[in-house]
Design a protein around this ligand. Structure first.
Ligand code: HEM
Length: 515
């Protein structure tokens, strides 16, 4: 930067000596000094600006150059990052093209920028497992601000340490093994039978909406807040339907967008829950009948760590989680079974055997816990469908210390996105990974919690609280379905990943009694 300035000065001096307007040496030097200042300022400013701009562009495109051991990657376009490509729909069961392209270019750990967040992405089963297992040691829960707006700032997602464990323990009073066996198993059977009976009258059943509305959401809403959504024409369900469509949409909150509808849905639900909480707390004497009463009892304890906002966000999340996850799982299973008669036949035989052993009346007799636990092939079908459907396609955390993985350093404070489909579609573990093959689970140990190769329900301290409930609902529904009915696919059934799984045209069937 100094050299051009020196050259300019000597040229200037030569010119000035030849000039007829020769100035005294002193005046000449001060004049040169003045003119040099005059020239140097813009040159310096231009160069400084150019350098700054170059640094900004380089930083944006390739990240901190001075940190050579960061994973490779790109931040894409200013402001947008690589968001548009991430949200591009994909119609195949294979790894999303967004991930596939980067896996080929950078390997399984890379950097990106999505919706204004710089992220380290893990498609690496080792790192993904570490992230889940080292919760609250090297990693800590973090979700993007748009998620937190939908799920609530006081949700369990934001809770840490003893408070998190306390809220989980509270939820497990409803979704733990004891309650599943004694309370939920009979409830789930009753609602599955009633739901299927009601389908017989309909010319066309859209599986996702139909299973979600009454059979799944209806049961949870009753257990949680004694809400009869059928009586209110599914108004609560509709609010959550809007929330679900907006959670993984681009978080632009202006009228007409999915995210805006999602936030409107949340506002309506929270208003309703708040009113109900106020009314219940004002009742002088109330016998505990649902989970809300349990939460209020907890709030009223003098040493309670819960406050009203946490309680409301907790109820919101549980209703939200039960609204779509299990019904999408069931829709995927029915679609796979429709396309795989051999799998349907083996599943049907398993349930007929359960029925024969019990010598029971399919219309009324209850399936016992032991019978439920004996449904091995059903469990394989469920695991295989969850592996391919990737209902929770990504999970987020942040590092709370520098983390060393392979040759990279992930600095403290980095946000990490785990993509479970990379583990679920790993050809080294699952042969022909994008093919529905429930028999493969005969040779693979089904994980009790999460595992390196199966993380549909997450893992570690944050393993899905509703996992066993969701699996129970799916198995019991399948039992009630294949014992008494058959079905014909009418239309739809195309799966799209956005990156969350959707059926854009639904999956429509006609339910028929078995011959
Ligand atoms: C097929 C159905 C379901 C799938 C695939 C699923 C998936 C997941 C996943 C991957 C996580 C971990 C998130 C993370 O680590 O950040 C999670 C957490 C959670 N799930 Fe589920 N879920 C399902 C059903 C349910 C149901 C029915 C409920 C409750 C009604 C539920 C309640 C929760 C809660 C409360 C958490 C947070 C746990 C915590 O932070 O400790 N889920 N779920």
């Amino acid at each position: 930067m100094v050299l051009p300035l020196q050259a300019t000065t000597s040229t200037y001096l030569t010119c000035m000596k030849d000039s007829k307007y020769v100035l005294s040496e002193h005046r000449l030097i001060s004049k040169i000094g003045m003119d040099m200042d005059y020239l140097a300022a813009p040159v310096f400013v231009t160069l400084a600006l150019a350098t700054l701009l170059l640094r900004l562009v380089l930083r944006w495109r390739v990240g901190e150059l001075c940190h050579p051991r960061l994973p490779p990657g790109s931040r894409g376009l200013p402001l947008f990052g690589e968001t548009l490509e991430f949200f591009t729909a994909s119609p195949t069961l294979e790894l999303l093209p967004f991930f596939k392209r980067r896996l080929e270019r950078y390997g399984p750990i890379f950097r990106t920028s999505l919706v204004g967040e710089d992220l380290i992405v893990s498609l690496d089963p080792e790192l993904s497992t570490r992230v889940l297992q080292e919760e609250e040691r090297a990693f800590q829960i973090w979700y993007p601000p748009s998620f937190m707006r939908v799920l609530g700032a006081d949700s369990i997602i934001a809770a840490l340490g003893p408070l998190h464990r306390h809220i989980r323990a509270l939820m497990l009073r409803l979704f733990g093994p004891e309650s599943l066996r004694l309370v939920l198993l009979p409830d789930v059977q009753r609602s599955a039978r009633a739901e299927l009976r009601s389908w017989l009258r309909l010319p066309d059943v859209e599986v996702r909406a139909a299973t979600s509305r009454q059979m799944i959401f209806g049961v949870t809403a009753k257990k949680l807040i004694s809400h009869d959504d059928a009586a209110s024409e599914g108004s609560l369900w509709k609010c959550f339907d809007a929330c679900t469509s907006g959670l993984l949409a681009f978080p632009l909150c202006v009228p007409g967008t999915a995210f805006y509808r999602c936030m409107q849905g949340r506002r309506r639900v929270m208003k309703m829950l708040k009113e109900q909480l106020g009314a219940r707390r004002n009742e002088p004497e109330r016998e505990g009948v649902d989970f809300f009463d349990l939460v209020i009892h907890e709030l009223d304890k003098p040493e309670s760590e819960l406050n009203e906002n946490m309680a409301l966000d907790l109820l919101f999340l549980m209703l939200f989680a039960s609204h779509e996850t299990t019904s999408i799982g069931l829709t995927v299973i029915l679609k796979f079974l429709t396309d795989n008669p051999k799998a349907l036949q083996e599943l049907t035989e398993e349930h007929e055997n359960v029925q024969k052993r019990a010598g029971a009346d399919p219309d009324s007799d209850e399936i016992t816990w032991e019978e439920y636990k004996s449904m091995k092939f059903t469990s394989h079908v469920i695991h295989e469908a969850l592996r391919l459907a990737n209902i929770a396609p990504v999970v987020f955390r942040k590092t709370i210390q520098d983390v060393q993985i392979n040759d990279y350093t992930i600095p403290q404070g980095s946000k990490v996105m785990i993509c479970s489909s990379a583990a679920h579609l790993n050809p080294k573990v699952y042969e022909n990974p994008s093919v529905f093959n429930p028999w493969r689970w005969k040779d693979i140990l089904e994980p009790v919690g999460g595992s390196k190769n199966f993380m549909a329900f997450g893992g570690g301290l944050r393993l899905c609280v509703g996992a066993d409930f969701a699996k129970l609902q799916m198995a019991i529904f399948l039992h009630c379905l294949v014992i008494k009915y058959r079905w014909e696919a009418i239309s739809g059934g195309t799966m799209m990943f956005y990156p969350g799984l959707r059926f854009p045209d639904g999956f429509h069937i006609k339910l028929l009694p078995k011959d």
